[in-house]
Design a binder for this molecule. Structure first.
Ligand code: ADP
Ligand code: MG
Length: 567
C-alpha cells in the first residue's frame, strides 16, 4: 500500500479532506523520503482516539455500510501501514478543545500520548520513510521525481476540492499556494492548475446517461498538449488514472487531434456506488465499472456534444500569442501572464508577424451594413493576403482565417456526412490513373478496398507493384491522385493492426479532405471568401482543422486597442 512518498501524501490528504479541512498544507523534504508533513484545520482527533487512529483496521468511517462510502478512506489502514515503515507522529486538537495531544509511532509501536501545543486540526509528520526497509529504499526514484509525484497528487486533490485551500512548501520546492476557489469554483480551480488561458479555451461538459453523470471541463481541440499530463479524471470524487477513461477521451477527440496531441481536461464522473468498484488497484488509480460501455459512451458522447455546440469556436491562444509577438516590440503596460502551477512543457510558439501587404481591397464590404456584420460570427471578408489568409471584419474585432485549414475541415465533415448516408459521390476517371507503389503498399491498399470504396475511391491491382485508380471521390476530381494514394498508404502503414476500423476510415477521410481542399496559394474572389465563411459557420467543428490546429484566430477590437496602447 505504501509504495512511495506520493502514496503517503495521497492518504494523508484524503484524511484531511474527510476531516472537513478548509486549508491543507503539505511540506516535504528529500522528495518526501526525509519528511512529509500534512497539516489541516479539520475536526481533529480526540485524546482517546489518537491511539486507535494509528492502529490497523481502526476507522471512524464505516457508519454507512460498505456500499455507501461517502468518505475517501474506509479501510482504517493508512496510518497503521505508514507507521510500519516510517517514524510517524500525529498531533491533533479537537475543534471544541483548548489543548491538543500528540502520539508517536515507530516500527509499529506507539509511544505514550503527550500534550501538544497545536492549532485546531491535525498535523501528521512522516519522517525517514522506509528507514526500516532498505530494500524498498533502493527502488525509489530520484528525490526530484518523488517531489514531482507529490505535487501531482496535491494537484489532483486540489482539482477534486475547489473550496479547500492547498499549499505546498518545504525544501523540495518553493512555496506553492492554491487559494480557495469557493464552493462553486471548479472553473477557477481548474484555471489555477492548468493556467490562465485555459478558461477561454474550455468547454463546459455536462451529460448524463442511465444515472451516471459526467461534468467538468475539456479544452477546445486547438488547445492541446504533447502529453496526457493535464488530463484528470475523478470517479465519485476520487482521482483515477484509468486506461479506459483516457481511451474514451482520446476517442472523443479523434476527429480533431493528431495522434501525438492531447486535449486538456478535468472530468468528474458521478456513478452510483453499486455500479463501480474502486478497489481494483491497490493505489486506487484504476476502477472497474459494471457497465464500461456506458461510461465510455457517456464520455465520448458528452464531449462530442459540447464540441458540436462550440464547433466553430477556435482556440484563443493563437490570438494571444500573436499579441505576445506584437508586444515584443512594445511591451504591454502590465504583464497578463501567469505560469500554470508546476507544469513545464513548452508553450506554443508565437505565430510570428502577419505581413499585411498586397491584395488589400478596402471596398469589398461596401454593401454590408453594420447589422449584417454583427450577425455573422465570422464576419465579412475584407481581403485575402499571401493567397491563404482571409481577413474579415466582425462586429467587435477582426478574424484571420487560414483558408486551406478551414476548407479541409469543411470537406472532411461533408465527406463524413455523405459516408454516414452511404452516398459518397464517386467520379469515374476517363483514363485510370496508375500509381507505382511498393509490393507491401499494394497489399496494404488492396486489403482495405471496402473502406476505400465507401469513400468513393475505386482502386484495383495493376501488376505487382502498382494500382490503377478507376474512380475518385467527386470532391477530388482536380486533386493530385498520386499524392493522395501515397498519403493513404502512409496513413494505413501507421495505423496498421492497432487501430479500430472506424478510426482508420476517419483518418483516410481526413487524408482525402486534405487533398480536396483549396490549397493555400489560390486567390479567392470576394464571393468565394464569404461563401467559405458562411459554410464554416454552418459546419460543426469548423474552428479547427483535422489536425487540431485552429482554422482562424480572432482579435477583438479591445485587443487591438491594447496592442496600440490606446487602452
Ligand atoms: P481511514 O481513513 O481509512 O479511516 P486511516 O488509517 O487513514 O484510516 O485513519 C484512521 C482514522 O484516523 C480515521 O478513521 C480518522 O478517524 C482518524 N484520522 C486520520 N487522519 C485524520 C485527520 N487528518 N483528521 C481527523 N481524523 C483523522
Ligand atoms: Mg484514510
Amino acid at each position: 500500500m505504501v509504495e512511495r512518498p506520493a502514496s503517503v501524501v495521497k492518504e494523508l490528504l484524503e484524511n484531511a479532506v474527510d476531516a472537513g479541512a478548509e486549508r491543507i498544507e503539505v511540506a516535504t523534504a528529500g522528495g518526501g523520503m526525509a519528511l512529509i508533513r500534512v497539516t489541516d484545520d479539520g475536526g481533529g482527533i480526540g485524546r482517546d482516539d489518537l491511539r486507535l487512529a494509528v492502529e490497523r483496521h481502526c476507522t471512524s468511517k464505516l457508519a454507512g455500510g460498505l456500499n455507501a462510502i461517502e468518505t475517501l478512506g474506509f479501510r482504517g489502514e493508512a496510518l497503521a501501514s505508514i507507521s510500519a515503515v516510517a517514524r510517524v507522529s500525529v498531533a491533533s486538537r479537537l475543534r471544541q478543545s483548548d489543548n491538543g495531544w500528540r502520539i508517536g509511532v515507530e516500527g509499529g509501536r506507539a509511544t505514550a500520548i503527550a500534550p501538544a501545543a497545536v492549532n485546531v486540526g491535525t498535523q501528521v509528520d512522516v519522517k525517514d520513510l522506509f528507514f526500516a526497509t532498505p530494500a524498498r529504499l533502493k527502488f525509489m526514484k530520484s528525490e526530484r521525481a518523488e517531489a514531482t509525484a507529490i505535487s501531482e497528487i496535491v494537484r489532483q486533490a486540489a482539482m477534486a476540492h475547489p473550496s479547500i485551500r492547498f499549499a505546498i512548501s518545504g525544501s523540495d520546492r518553493s512555496m506553492l499556494n492554491i487559494p480557495s476557489a469557493g464552493p462553486d469554483g471548479l472553473l477557477t480551480r481548474v484555471e489555477q492548475i492548468f493556467g490562465r488561458d485555459f478558461r477561454e479555451n474550455a468547454l463546459a461538459i455536462d451529460a448524463e446517461r442511465d444515472g451516471v453523470r459526467l461534468s467538468g471541463y475539456a479544452s477546445l481541440p486547438t488547445f492541446n498538449r504533447g502529453n496526457t499530463a493535464r488530463q484528470y479524471f475523478f470517479v465519485n470524487g476520487r482521482p483515477v488514472r484509468d486506461k479506459q477513461l483516457f481511451g474514451a477521451l482520446r476517442a472523443a477527440y479523434a476527429d480533431f487531434l493528431a495522434r501525438d496531441r492531447h486535449a486538456v481536461a478535468a472530468l468528474f464522473l458521478q456513478v452510483p456506488p453499486a455500479l463501480v468498484d474502486v478497489n481494483v488497484h491497490p493505489a486506487k488509480a484504476e476502477v472497474r465499472f459494471r457497465d464500461a460501455g456506458l461510461v465510455r459512451g457517456l464520455v465520448i458522447g458528452g464531449i462530442r456534444e459540447a464540441l458540436a455546440v462550440e464547433g466553430h469556436r477556435s482556440s484563443s491562444t493563437g490570438a494571444i500569442s500573436m499579441q505576445a509577438a506584437f508586444s515584443q516590440r512594445q511591451p504591454p503596460p502590465e504583464s497578463r501572464w501567469t505560469a500554470p502551477l508546476g507544469f513545464n512543457d513548452a508553450e506554443q510558439s508565437p505565430l510570428g508577424d502577419i505581413g499585411v501587404s498586397a491584395d488589400i481591397r478596402p471596398d469589398s464590404l461596401s454593401n454590408a451594413t453594420p447589422e449584417t456584420v454583427k450577425a455573422l460570427p465570422l464576419g465579412v471578408a475584407r481581403a485575402q493576403v499571401h493567397e491563404n489568409y482571409i481577413i474579415t471584419q466582425t462586429g467587435d474585432g477582426m478574424i484571420v482565417v487560414d483558408q486551406h485549414a478551414a476548407h479541409e475541415r469543411l470537406v472532411y465533415e461533408r465527406l463524413k456526412q455523405a459516408m454516414a448516408a452511404k452516398s459518397v459521390e464517386s467520379q469515374l476517371l476517363l483514363v485510370p490513373d496508375v500509381v507505382e507503389l511498393s509490393e507491401d503498399d499494394v497489399g496494404r491498399l488492396l486489403a482495405r478496398l471496402p473502406e476505400l470504396n465507401a469513400l468513393g475511391l475505386v482502386v484495383e491491382r495493376f501488376g505487382h507493384s502498382a494500382v490503377a485508380v478507376r474512380a475518385v471521390p467527386a470532391l477530388l476530381v482536380e486533386a493530385d491522385i498520386k499524392g493522395l494514394v501515397n498519403d493513404i498508404v502512409d496513413e494505413l502503414a501507421d495505423l496498421e493492426a492497432t487501430t479500430a476500423l472506424s478510426v482508420r476510415i476517419d483518418k483516410i477521410a481526413g487524408t482525402i479532405a486534405c487533398h480536396g481542399s483549396v490549397r493555400s496559394g489560390r486567390r479567392l474572389r470576394p464571393e468565394e471568401m464569404d461563401a467559405l465563411l458562411r459554410q464554416m459557420e454552418a459546419t460543426p467543428h469548423s474552428g479547427q482543422c483535422i489536425h487540431g490546429r485552429p482554422t482562424y484566430i480572432e482579435l477583438k477590437l479591445s485587443d487591438l486597442e491594447r496592442l496600440f496602447g490606446r487602452k
